[in-house]
Ligand binder design. Structure first.
Ligand code: SIN
Length: 293
């Protein structure tokens, strides 16, 4: 039995309170047997966390989460992270409403990325809840960055171990990015906006699993530290393409009431921009993370 098959089979027996069904070879599992709108006891939540660490992104179906329940569920993982650029509405400033409307030509998250890596301590993860989803399209893809790292040659791993990279929000927010005229979701474009820049290792070690993951993404990583953008482009371009190879990915088909929880430290994700005639509304909270090392 291959190690991937044996680990999927092992999954069925390792949980008492939830059922866990992998959806792809690389990452991603659906979890059933839990109502996220009600208090989750410690034993059940420990199993959810274990499934999250193993599968990197976990999905739930048929949930009904009002704003209070979404915030409460996110807080079980870590204190919530307040987004620096996306404008929020209403009494829950930790909730970002990711909305696309017919006529939008751009959307939030339309390139492969980890969230908000311009920050010195990027979020550890996010919970995304499907409020209004199109009848088809609008899927989200995820990519396993442990596998992206582990499949590199020893020579490339040695080279990357010495590199850090500059992450910035210069292309996703602020007046120069000019995103707001293309989409319903608004980011800060005011004159007080300032670029946020952080340097992170190109390979990070996950603080809970101890595994190494590739940590660059198209939305935020500008260049390698100590190199120009042009000098960085060939290797960075290779890594960005490698990171999203199909065999490292899974694809999630949304239904109203679906929930995804991803680990932002070892995955990338992309929102597929393929539905122009239907509205789509998702509610998202992000969990605080640590400085990547
Ligand atoms: C995101 O990048 O967090 C949004 C993903 C989505 O809307 O599918």
């Amino acid at each position: 039995m291959s190690s991937r098959l044996s680990s999927a089979a092992a999954d069925a027996t390792e949980y008492d309170r939830i059922a866990v069904t992998p959806i792809a070879g690389a990452l991603g599992a659906e979890i059933s047997g839990v109502d996220l709108s009600r208090p989750i006891d410690e034993a059940a939540f420990a199993e959810i966390r274990r499934a999250w660490a193993r599968h990197l992104v976990i999905f739930f179906r048929g949930q009904t989460l009002d704003d209070g329940a979404l915030v409460a569920f996110g807080r079980r993982f870590a204190p919530l992270f307040r987004h620096p650029n996306l404008l929020t509405e209403g009494p829950y400033p930790d909730i970002v409403r990711i909305r696309r409307m017919p006529g939008d030509t751009q959307i939030v998250g339309e390139d492969w990325h980890a969230d908000t890596t311009c920050m010195p301590q990027p979020p550890s993860g996010a919970v995304l809840y499907g409020v209004d989803v199109p009848p088809y399209g609008g899927d989200t893809l995820f990519a396993n960055q442990y596998l992206a790292y582990e499949s590199l040659s020893d020579g490339m791993k040695a080279l990357l171990s010495r590199l850090t990279a500059v992450h910035s929000d210069i292309t996703v927010a602020g007046p120069q990015a000019a995103r707001n005229r293309h989409r319903t979701n608004k980011v800060r474009e005011d004159s007080d906006w300032r670029e946020t820049v952080s340097e992170h290792p190109v390979v990070r070690t996950h603080p809970e699993t101890g595994r190494k993951a590739l940590f660059v993404n198209k939305s935020y990583t500008q260049r390698f530290s100590g190199m120009t953008t042009e000098e960085s482009a060939p290797l960075l371009g290779f890594l960005l393409q490698h990171a999203a190879r199909p065999e490292f990915t899974c694809r999630f088909r949304w239904e109203r009431g679906s929930v995804a929880v991803w680990d932002n430290r070892c995955t990338l994700h992309i929102a597929v921009n393929d539905v122009w005639k239907f509205p789509r509304l998702m509610h998202r909270v992000q969990m605080c993370g640590e400085r990547p090392v």
